[in-house]
Design a protein around this ligand. Structure first.
Ligand code: MG
Length: 171
């Protein structure tokens, strides 16, 4: 059995990852309405990845015979007035998720739960990549966002992003 505090944090993380998926879906929704289908595609893939993350936490708990309790997923409440608002909200959200993963890691470390720490290693690395991606999006938008022609090219580039399943697989 997992330590109660660690189990509760893992359970909460399922909800946080599903909320992330919901938030990114809303960001994709924003860009669909803007007519920027490449950006919409990029955020839709983000949403798919977040659902994958939720399922990894779910599967890890099930594999460790740990009861899962599913809670309500909050409404995405951010109001996006301009493109940059979306990108900045994305980075802010990833920083929040990173802190959340680190909190679980810390709790696992305190009770010498090495198995959970090893499971979380993948997410620690993943969060580093997510933050880098979010910062890259902001940099590109700062450079190209104000020129319609460049924005069009950036949109075309983001349209090429394809979904791939997470490298972490739990049987
Ligand atoms: Mg995630």
């Amino acid at each position: 059995m997992l330590n109660k505090k660690v189990a509760d944090l893992l359970n909460d993380q399922i909800n946080k990852e599903l909320y992330s998926a919901y938030l990114y879906l809303d960001m994709s929704n924003y860009f669909e309405r803007r007519g920027l289908n490449g950006f919409a595609n990029w955020y839709m893939i983000q949403a798919q990845e977040e659902r994958d993350h939720a399922m990894l936490f779910y599967r890890y708990m099930q594999n460790n015979d740990c009861p899962v309790t599913l809670g309500a997923i909050a409404k995405p409440d951010k109001v996006f007035k301009k493109d940059m608002d979306v990108l900045k909200a994305g980075l802010e959200h990833e920083e929040y998720v990173t802190a959340s993963i680190h909190t679980i890691y810390d709790a696992a470390n305190k009770v010498k739960d090495f198995r959970t720490m090893q499971f979380l290693d993948w997410f620690v690395k993943e969060q580093g990549e997510e933050e880098t991606n979010a910062r890259d999006m902001i940099s590109k938008m700062e450079l190209f966002g104000s020129d319609p022609r460049s924005l069009y090219m950036l949109n075309q580039e983001l349209a090429t992003r394809a979904y791939s399943a997470p490298s972490l697989v739990l049987d």
